[in-house]
Write a protein that binds this ligand. Structure first.
Ligand code: F6R
Length: 608
């Protein structure tokens, strides 16, 4: 989604902002722009294309100025175009605004402002913010921002500068992330801290409805009424190398290969040397957890698929009902929640608007919320009663891979933890399960070491116009996730289905032009999948099977088989997904697509 970077200091801000914008590129955008302030001299450049094009435009000009704002836009109101790109200004070009989010009442505000004589240059909701601040401006920028915010409804992270008040950046957030980076005689505002890592690791995460006044030497934070708010400085825990490709062609491939390391890290974080599972800063009383009668897991996209796997895991380990819901459905559904319900919210970014709204719905019903999240200090972690971090490191590729397996690993550990509390599994059983989990990273390494075979299969199938993914039992969600990975980066129409449902509809699609990926790992219901395979073959569907190494039967009827190491079916989703991620990656990259930045998609969906 949209990205914000702002700089104020002693240096020339333009190259710093361009460099920051490049770091924000991965989040998905369709246009970009920059504003540089040199005392009261303002320079603005925008373009409806890549940041490198904007950089090209700027190289021809000698633009100097120690204050600046940059923005990557992902269109919501108004098509992607140069005029709609941010920054936006008021009619006097004295207030300059960049914005992430949506101003919901922009239409009414616009009508009122037009009555006051404002002329709008763009179709965006953002432009009203610039005009509104200008209307209230009486010599102090933050006061004008406060007054404007009283009128605005919606979600926003805003960076604001003014030609009349040029020694500060004003930053404010409501339901959209924004942080302040602290340097020496220079400070930053940023919507994603990875964009300023080579300048500073010290950051202040702004909370909702806090206003920061950022100068080159100081940061002051206050609430909407103007009361000073204490500052909490956090240190970013990862390094710049983690947000670089490190020799891989794409971040997605790098992140696929990081999975064994991530899973080992999670185990060593949460499993003690004695084999006990411990979650740090777990603010939910174990006496409450012992009593819970049902779980509801809420998430979106890939995290929703991890949640579905969580349902199989926790129902089997803990024997309580687990419901799984999309954030976007849960929030409007008037769901049933009881005193002994625990809501679990899963999100890589911790900023997904629908997941956050669902969490707020749960909190309104006084239900406890546990989040599983990758991003320290994100909105979700702040709004939950407790958080288990996935420790996957920054995920840059829009298509989520390592965050997914990290979420599943945490769900296994959480399931075992709850099973111990509720005494639904013996200690011996739990120990054996932990041993299996410890063996997973090396099994993933084995598949990654044989990726050439998967690339060959990708080459043979990239011309197919449609794919169907089938799985059963705990690997039904794996089929959904494999299908999502392929469709989002290769744009091939792809569906995931529970194999048992094939006869109830999707079989109508099968012919020689349909590639069907069958997750046929060893299972107590392998024979059921074997029957599905026969039915597909009878209709000339082209099958790619994922099967357990040592399965001799499958080669008799399927030509293209990806063998995976043997693992107990209950833990297999951490293994079966690896070849599907690689298959999607190779198909999309062989087709020549920009794998890390698929069209129309954004890394974190901070608007509804
Ligand atoms: C798919 C993908 C998205 C996200 C979804 C939720 O590869 O990345 O489907 O999983 O937008 O995002 P988070 O996990 O940040 O809440």
């Amino acid at each position: 989604m949209c990205g914000i970077i702002g700089y104020i200091g002693n240096k020339n801000s333009m190259p710093i902002i361009i460099e920051g914008l490049k770091k924000l590129e991965y989040r998905g955008y369709d246009s970009t722009g920059i504003a540089i302030l040199d005392k009261d001299k303002l320079f603005i450049a925008k373009c409806k294309s890549r940041i490198s094009d904007l950089e090209g435009l700027l190289k021809k000009r000698n633009i100097l100025g120690a204050v600046g704002l940059g923005h990557t836009r992902w269109a919501t109101h108004g098509k992607p175009s140069k005029v709609n790109a941010h920054p936006h200004t008021d009619r006097f070009k004295r207030i300059i605004v960049v914005h992430n989010g949506i101003i919901e009442n922009f239409n009414n505000l616009k009508k009122d402002l037009e009555k006051d004589g404002c002329k709008f240059a763009s179709e965006t909701d953002t432009e009203v913010v610039a005009h509104l601040i200008s209307k209230f401006y009486k010599g102090n920028l933050e006061d004008a921002v406060r007054k404007a915010l009283r009128k605005i409804k919606g979600s926003y992270a805003l960076g604001i500068i003014s030609r009349d008040d040029p020694d500060k950046i004003v930053a404010v957030r409501h339901d959209s992330p924004l942080a302040i980076g602290l340097g020496k005689q220079e400070n930053f505002i940023v919507s994603d801290v990875s964009a300023i890592l080579n300048h500073t690791k010290k950051v202040i995460y702004l909370h909702d409805d806090q206003i920061a006044v950022v100068t080159k030497d100081a940061v002051q934070i206050s609430d909407l009424k103007g009361n000073t708010v204490p500052k909490k400085v956090d240190t970013i825990s990862y390094d710049i190398e983690e947000v670089q490709k490190g020799g891989f062609a794409h971040f997605m491939l790098k992140e696929i290969y990081e999975q064994p390391q991530v899973l080992s890290r999670i185990i060593s974080h949460y499993v003690t040397a004695e084999g006990a599972i411990r979650f740090e800063s777990f603010n939910i009383e174990s006496s409450f957890l012992k009593k819970i009668e049902n779980l509801v897991i809420i998430a979106c996209g890939t995290a929703y698929h991890a949640s579905l796997i969580g349902k199989y895991i926790i129902e089997s380990f803990v024997r309580i009902p687990v419901g799984v819901d999309f954030g976007s459905e849960f929030r409007y559904r008037n769901p049933v929640m009881r005193e002994k319900t625990l809501v679990i919210a899963i999100s890589q970014s911790g900023e997904t608007a629908d997941t956050l709204a669902a969490v707020r719905e749960a909190k309104k019903n006084k239900v406890k919320v546990l989040s599983i999240c990758n991003v320290l200090g994100s909105s979700l972690t702040r709004e939950s009663d407790a958080t288990i971090y996935t420790h996957a490191g920054p995920e840059i590729s829009v298509a989520s891979t390592k965050a997914y397996t990290a979420q599943i690993m945490v769900l296994y550990l959480l399931g075992l933890y709850l099973a111990e509390l509720k005494k639904t599994l013996s200690k011996n059983h739990i120990n054996k399960a932990i041993d299996v989990l410890k063996s997973i990273p090396s099994k993933q390494e084995e598949i990654l070491g044989n990726s050439r075979n998967i690339k060959e299969i990708a080459k043979k199938h990239l011309h197919f116009g449609a794919f169907l993914y089938l799985g059963r039992n705990i690997n039904f969600p794996t089929a959904l996730e494999g299908a999502l990975k392929l469709k989002e980066i290769s744009y091939i129409p792809t569906e995931g289905y529970a194999a048992g449902e094939m006869k109830h509809g999707p079989i109508a699609l099968i012919d020689e032009y349909r590639a069907v990926v069958c997750i046929a790992n060893d299972s107590f219901i392998f024979n059921k999948m074997a029957s599905n395979i026969q039915e597909i073959l009878a209709r000339q569907g082209k099958i790619i099977a994922i099967a357990t190494s040592g399965n001799k039967q499958i080669k008799d009827y399927v030509k293209e088989v990806i063998f995976i190491p043997r693992v107990d079916e209950q833990f297999s989703p951490l293994i079966t997904i690896i070849p599907l991620q690689l298959l999607a990656y190779y198909i999309a990259s062989l087709k020549g697509y920009d794998v890390d930045k698929p069209r129309n998609l954004a890394k974190s969906v901070t608007v509804e």
